[in-house]
Design a protein around this ligand. Sequence first.
Ligand SMILES: Cc1ncc(COP(=O)(O)O)c(C=O)c1O
Length: 290
Amino acid sequence: MVDERMGDLVVFLDEGASGPVPLPDASINVADLAVTRGDGIFESIGVIDGRFIELDRHLARLEHSANLLDLPRPDTAAFAAAARRGVAAHTSEPELLVKLFFSRGIEGTGTPSGWVEVLTGDDHSAARSTGIRVVTLDRGYRHDIAQTSPWLLQGAKTLSYALNKAALREAARRHADDVIFVSTDDVVLEGPTSNVLVRHDDLFRTPRTDLGILAGTTQAAVFETLASRGFEAVEAALSVADLASADAVWLLSSGRLVAPVRELDGQSLTVDRDFTAGLLTETFGVPAIP
Ligand SMILES: Cc1ncc(COP(=O)(O)O)c(C=O)c1O
């Protein structure tokens, strides 16, 4: 039997039963507002050994983002079906990354466009075991921006990620791997693609979602594991001093999942490899790194 599975691919939502398209052959209209304005939303979902990680939370957040942007309601069942079809068509890999895209569509048509990409996942084993170097960067607004300026769409996962990517390039210039954004009034926010988890003894804290940050699916799943182990896991307002004094800090995100911070603004932080490996296995079924 010929194995017809392919590499990275795209499934378009409006193409009914037609098959997935190889990524290099897939295109969208140049007049799509995703291209011309970044006017749309997305989700990135990890898939481990064929299992979707927190699919329902991602679909719920897609709907929430659409609501914040006044987009039509996305057909989440169609997105889930396209994602499953895409994963079934992709060569089997230990980890895949599935991205859902939903844009306002071609300007003037009023019809949104949606598509799903299925990509071979990166190898995150080094970041998960030995950790990452992180710098704090000023995000340029106060911690209460979501309340004072709701039109800035804080908390929506929009397609406009140019500044998130710019921040990561700034981190690289500072010989770091990632970023923790801080408000102008010294409140810890989030990473460009991650949430922050901070440990002091048996207390685990993550920045509150009313601070204009994205509600993380990875963070929510990790909190369930921590609670089931009897730890206190709460949302809070944290300062940079809370990061520096922590017993451990992690960045949490779909794809990389749980990455301990080994260096913060040039200062070493302790990495608890066993604890991190336990979180990865218990929460997401990630095989232990030998
Ligand atoms: C700005 C931002 N914050 C937080 C996260 C983490 O969210 P999740 O764990 O659902 O991937 C992301 C994910 O891409 C993000 O882009």
